[in-house]
Design a protein around this ligand. Sequence first.
Ligand SMILES: Nc1ncnc2c1ncn2[C@@H]1O[C@H](COP(=O)(O)OP(=O)(O)OP(=O)(O)O)[C@@H](O)[C@H]1O
Length: 293
Amino acid sequence: MLRVAGLTRRFGEQLALDDVTFDVVPGRMTGFVGANGAGKTTTMRIILGVLAANAGEVRWHGELLTQKTRREFGYMPEERGLYPKMKIRDQLVFFGRLHGLSVGKATERTDKLLSRLGLAERATDVLETLSLGNQQRVQIAVALIHEPIALVLDEPFSGLDPLAVDAMVDLLREEVTPEVPVLFSSHQLDLVERLCDDLVVLSRGKVVAAGPVAELAASQTPTYRLVVDGDAGWLRDLPGLHVRDVAGGTALFDAEDEASAQQILQQAISRGPVLEFGPERVALSDVFREATR
Ligand SMILES: Nc1ncnc2c1ncn2[C@@H]1O[C@H](COP(=O)(O)OP(=O)(O)OP(=O)(O)O)[C@@H](O)[C@H]1O
């Protein structure tokens, strides 16, 4: 397990990370979300040893993370970092060698990944001639080249079209064994919801929610959806009721429990026909909004 404990980092006067603690569990995908400037990249850089923390530590299976172990991690940095003028096959072999693979093994992995990513025919093209989406595929191949023991990916899916995202996700699932923890940051909450088992929400340098996505969703105040034949605006006048939205006859409101939701339903029935009523599935965007409020 990868554990980040008590990370604190200042840039001048600014406290970019304030006692950040969370776990990234092997075999699970952990989504790392937060508004711009929340501290995601700073945390990832500290995990990879690119940046030092002012306080706190990163542990790997209980031991302090060493540079030697970090070399076995796969990292996709925010600033990317490939060589634009280098041929993509040479580039992948080069990064494989940097991670300690033999020439034979690096070449074998390169060819497997290029073919898996549909880039085998472009193997001898220089990177800068590839579309941005394809350059990003190469970047993920670099992170995976040495069969990493953990993956830290900073916005791996940004700028990719939905088909490319699916291809990347399939590749990750294939390459990531049950021993490998994966941490990836993203602003695409729908994607995070689809992919993640666990979630860490950062807000202004602090962890404001962390845990399995399903548990975080279940801990939210349930939202109910009511559709009446007529106008549902009267809900807004009920004292103490948190109405999320009303559009014509359709309303979304929060209820502390099933009993209070049923009371609202009774009131609706007494006013006229009710067309629909029930709990609304909690979206990750709601969890995020609630946590960062
Ligand atoms: N090298 C630096 N020097 C000064 N301030 C920095 C530096 N790196 C990060 N910061 C500041 O630290 C805070 C956290 O930045 P960070 O890049 O970690 O956020 P982020 O969550 O990754 O944001 P984004 O989603 O926009 O990438 C920001 O206010 C940023 O301006």
